[in-house]
Design a protein around this ligand. Structure first.
Ligand code: ATP
Length: 353
C-alpha cells in the first residue's frame, strides 16, 4: 500500500453564526506525520472531523490522492480515528475491542486472532488481550484505541488530542510510540494538538491554525527560524519583537540601529528574533548586526541563562550558554545573526488569544 496525500482547498465550515473553519487550504504530504496545531477554538477538531467524514464542509473541497472524498461515508474513507477519550466497549476484552472492526468486516476468527495479537505486540500490550478494558490504565486504554484504529490498516490515521488526559511522563512515552507506529507503516497521520512543544516533538510537519484558517505550514524548525507571520511566531512562544520600519529593503529599529536586509515592503515593521538566537559578545561577523546594550537581569533557567538586555529604547531577552560570564550592569555587544531575523509589516493582526 502506498501512502495517501490529503488536499484541502478553501474549506469552510460554520455552525450557525460561529465560523469554525474558513478558507482553509492545506496539502498534507503522503506518509507524513502532521500536527494540526492551534489554540482552543481555532477549528482543529472541525477540520479533523471533516477529513473523517463526521462533518461535511459548507464550502471547498477535500481530496485523498486527488480523489474527492466529499459525500463519501466515514466508513468508506479508509480512516482510523483516535479521540481524547478511548471510547472502548467496556463489556469486551482488550482483544475483542481491537478485533471489533475486523469482525465487522467478516475477517475469520483465526485471522483476526493473529492480527490482533500482532497489533497488541506493536502497541506494547502483548499478553493483555484477555483483560477487560475496565482494568486498564489510561495509557493502556489509549494504546488499545490506537491498536483498534491501526489493525484495520487505514490509509489515514486521525488523532484528536489523544494523549491530553495522560500525565506528562506517559504522554512523552505515547508520543514516542505513535512516532514508531507511524514510521513502521505507510499511514498518513494527522495529529491535533494545542501544545506547540508536543507538535514539535512528535511531528515532521506542523500546520498551524489560527482563527479557523492556516497561519503557517512547514517543518517544526521553520516555525522557529522562519515563522510565516507574527501571530505564528508568537504562538511558538517567547520571542523578541523589535519595532522599527522598512525602507528600501532594509529594516531599521526605532533607535536607528540594526539595518537588517529584508524583502518586506516599506513601512512600519517588527523584527522578530528568538532569545536563543541572539548572541552576547563574540567576534565581528558579516552575517550578524551588532548593537550595544546593558545587562539588566540574568537568571539561571536550567538549560541556559535567561538574560535581559536593555538596548537604546527597549529590552530584549537572550538565552546565553550557562558558562557565559554575564553580570548585571555589564555593557555588552548584542549580535543579531541575519539568518535568525524575520521582519513583518507592523499592521498585521496581533490578537491570537
Ligand atoms: N457542533 C458544533 N456546534 C456549534 N459550534 C461548534 C460545533 N463544533 C465546533 N463548534 C465551534 O466552532 C469553533 C471551532 O471549534 P473546534 O472544536 O473545531 O476548535 P478546536 O481548535 O478543535 O478547539 P478545542 O481544542 O477547544 O476543541 C469553536 O468556536 C466551537 O465552539
Amino acid at each position: 500500500m502506498t501512502a495517501t496525500a490529503i488536499t484541502l482547498r478553501v474549506v469552510g465550515k460554520s455552525f450557525g453564526d460561529t465560523v469554525a473553519v474558513t478558507r482553509l487550504s492545506l496539502d498534507i504530504a503522503a506518509g507524513s506525520l502532521t500536527a494540526l496545531l492551534g489554540p482552543s477554538g481555532c477549528g482543529k477538531s472541525t477540520t479533523l472531523s471533516m477529513l473523517a467524514g463526521l462533518t461535511e464542509p459548507d464550502t471547498g473541497y477535500l481530496q485523498f490522492d486527488g480523489d474527492s472524498i466529499l459525500g463519501v461515508p466515514a466508513e468508506r474513507r479508509g480512516v482510523g480515528l483516535v479521540f481524547q477519550k478511548p471510547l472502548l466497549f467496556p463489556h469486551l476484552s482488550v482483544a475483542d475491542n481491537v478485533g471489533f472492526g475486523l469482525r465487522m468486516r467478516g475477517v475469520s476468527a483465526r485471522s483476526r486472532a493473529l492480527r490482533v495479537t500482532e497489533m497488541l505486540d506493536r502497541v506494547q500490550l502483548a499478553g493483555l488481550g484477555d483483560r477487560r478494558v475496565g482494568e486498564l490504565s489510561g495509557g493502556q486504554e489509549q494504546r488499545v484505541a490506537l491498536a483498534r484504529a491501526l489493525v484495520l490498516e487505514p490509509k489515514v490515521l486521525l488523532l484528536d488530542e489523544p494523549f491530553s488526559q495522560l500525565d506528562t511522563a506517559l504522554r512523552a512515552r505515547m508520543r514516542t510510540l505513535l512516532r514508531q507506529l507511524h514510521d513502521d507503516s505507510d499511514v498518513t497521520t494527522v495529529f491535533v494538538t494545542h501544545d506547540q512543544a508536543e507538535a514539535v516533538e512528535v511531528a515532521d510537519t506542523v500546520a498551524l491554525m489560527l482563527d479557523g484558517t492556516l497561519a503557517g505550514h512547514g517543518t517544526p524548525e521553520s516555525f522557529y527560524t522562519r515563522p510565516e507571520s507574527l501571530a505564528a511566531a508568537r504562538f511558538f512562544g517567547v520571542t523578541n519583537e523589535i519595532s522599527g520600519h522598512v525602507r528600501g529593503a532594509r529594516f531599521t529599529a526605532a533607535d536607528g540601529t540594526l539595518g537588517i536586509p529584508t524583502d518586506t515592503s516599506d513601512g512600519p515593521a517588527v523584527l522578530v528574533i528568538r532569545p536563543e538566537a541572539v548572541r552576547l559578545g563574540g567576534v565581528s561577523d558579516a552575517q550578524a548586526r551588532k548593537v550595544r546594550g546593558r545587562v539588566v537581569g540574568a537568571q539561571f533557567a536550567g538549560s541556559h541563562l535567561a538574560v535581559e538586555v536593555e538596548l537604546a529604547d527597549q529590552r530584549i531577552r537572550v538565552h546565553a550558554p550557562l558558562d557565559e560570564p554575564v553580570t548585571v550592569g555589564q555593557d555588552v555587544d548584542v549580535r543579531f545573526p541575519l539568518a535568525a531575523c524575520t521582519v513583518f509589516a507592523a499592521d498585521v493582526p496581533t490578537d491570537i488569544a
